[in-house]
Design a protein around this ligand. Structure first.
Ligand code: ATP
Ligand code: MG
Length: 476
């Protein structure tokens, strides 16, 4: 494809040259020849009528002799180079010829002389009724005396001069054509540089991408549509490469997270079957196996949730509900764990009721995940604080603990799927690293924000925003 585009353009260029040549060759010569012939005939006609009205008229009015007129015409014809002046009477007899002396009694009659041969014009080209062996341009002017055409002044001039001039003009035109043709090469160069070269780079790149080489790099340094196309293309390739990368990482993480509980389940079961674990210990190890299957169930559910959030996109079941009540419910559901770890959940809620407009079950899930993390990564005998504040038309919910904290470099990664900071691994072996990814997706679907403030060894605070219900806004 890329070769033929260039060939096509080259072909168009050559066609332009050939047609230019044909047009110049056919029209320029005939047009200039016509024009020059007419100009020449015009000027000769003026001379001829002048002769007809002066010298020749005198002759027919018998005011001067034939010899005198002959001498005058000879002198005149010298000024009109390569011309000869004839006086021909209507019957075709040559009365006078400026180029030769007609002896007395010498009679030359032009066979077939016909003054109407010029038609509507006053000149003709040809050998003048066989009088010349080459083509001449002949101009007629009638001599009138006594209200009658007595004779004609005929001025002949060689046509070769006109042909030469026309040819010279044609040569100049050819020269101009060549210059133009060469100048138009600039267009070809521009086309090559601005269109063809970038286009080749882009096609090579698309071929590479199509073949799966998404890391192929190329650049087109122009700020026109070509540059924009190239930039978009390489951006697209980058995005695809990144997605492929994410996909691979995701699959690797999923399989890893599925494999470890399966391995441990299998290990315990085999040990029970072959008697490595004595029968009386079975119930203890079956408990572990049940725990592991619980973990697998949790992982599967979370993956499904994430997948649904992704495919459904923005599909939210929004309603106005009291966020304070949801917070109280979530805190309550952690009661048992809190007693075990001796952790107090402290609620600092603004107003009795705080209506927000959001998807209640999803926000519940967000709170559940955040409180779960806060408790998981807190030390025993500490407290977790859940706070609501309102500002403008937003409600901010904060979940704050004084636990292990998140290292600075991990803070932007914790919302990624499967990400778990090294610090937390000792505290929580069961975690899948999907909780915050789900939280982030939900908040994003609400077009709200979530932020984390954390210092290692001091504690962590997650704050997310929610839109206040319209009913609440009106009350104020
Ligand atoms: P899951 O929520 O699926 O059980 P998880 O809690 O490990 O697993 P996330 O909730 O996504 O996964 O959290 C990701 C990581 O962020 C955690 O593994 C932990 O390293 C860090 N993290 C999250 N919340 C806190 C917190 N309150 N204090 C300290 N580290 C935290
Ligand atoms: Mg979690």
């Amino acid at each position: 494809m890329k070769r033929t585009l260039y060939l096509k353009f080259l072909l168009a260029y050559l066609l332009f040259g050939i047609f230019g040549f044909v047009v110049v060759a056919t029209f320029v010569y005939s047009m200039t020849y016509e024009r020059l012939r007419r100009d020449k005939a015009d000027s000769m006609y003026q001379v001829a009528t002048q002769i007809a009205n002066t010298y020749a008229a005198d002759l027919y009015n018998s005011e001067t002799s034939l010899e005198t007129v002959h001498m005058q015409l000879v002198a005149l014809s010298k000024y009109m180079d390569k011309s000869s002046i004839w006086i021909v009477n209507p019957s075709g007899r040559l009365v006078l010829d400026s180029s030769r002396n007609l002896g007395p009694g010498q009679e030359i009659v032009i066979e077939g002389f016909d003054p109407t041969v010029t038609g509507s014009s006053y000149y003709t080209t040809g050998n003048f009724f066989g009088s010349f062996d080459r083509d001449v341009l002949s101009v007629f002017a009638p001599i009138t005396a006594n209200f009658k055409v007595q004779a004609y002044v005929v001025v002949h001039t060689s046509i070769a001069d006109i042909q030469n001039s026309a040819n010279e003009f044609l040569n100049i035109s050819y020269l101009m054509l060549i210059v133009l043709f060469l100048l138009s090469m600039i267009i070809l160069i521009f086309f090559t540089e601005l269109v063809y070269v970038p286009l080749r780079k882009i096609t090579t790149a698309t071929e590479q991408y199509a073949a799966g080489n998404m890391s192929y790099e190329f650049s087109v340094e122009s700020e026109d549509e070509m540059g924009y196309l190239a930039a978009s293309l390489s951006y697209m390739a980058g995005e695809i490469a990144r997605q492929e990368d994410d996909q691979k990482k995701f699959i690797a993480n999923v399989s890893h997270d599925f494999r470890s509980p399966l391995t441990s389940i299998r290990g315990y079961l085999v040990a029970m079957q072959d008697g490595t674990i004595p029968e009386e210990m079975h119930s203890k190890y079956l408990g572990i196996v049940i725990n592991e299957t619980d973990r697998l169930t949790k992982l599967t559910n979370e993956l499904l949730t994430l997948n649904n959030l992704n495919t459904k996109g923005m599909l939210l079941d929004r309603s106005d509900f009291d966020i304070n009540q949801v917070i109280r419910n979530v805190a309550e559901s952690f009661g048992g764990i809190c007693i075990d770890k001796k952790i107090a959940i402290e609620l600092v809620l603004t107003d009795e009721k705080m209506l927000v407009n959001a998807d209640m079950s999803k926000i519940q899930q967000v709170l559940y995940n955040l409180v779960d993390n806060a408790i998981k990564f807190s030390h025993k005998e500490s407290s977790v604080k859940i706070e609501t504040t309102e500002k403008h038309s937003k409600v901010f919910v904060s979940v704050k603990d004084s636990g292990i904290g998140i290292p600075k470099e991990d803070q932007k990664l914790i919302f990624d799927r499967f990400y778990k900071s090294d610090l937390s691994r000792g505290k929580d072996k069961k975690g899948t690293g999907l909780g915050l990814a789900i939280v982030k997706e939900i908040i994003k679907a609400h077009e709200e924000n979530i932020n984390v403030i954390s210092t290692t060894g001091v504690g962590t605070e997650f704050i997310f925003s929610l839109p206040k219900a319209a009913a609440m806004d009106e009350e104020e």
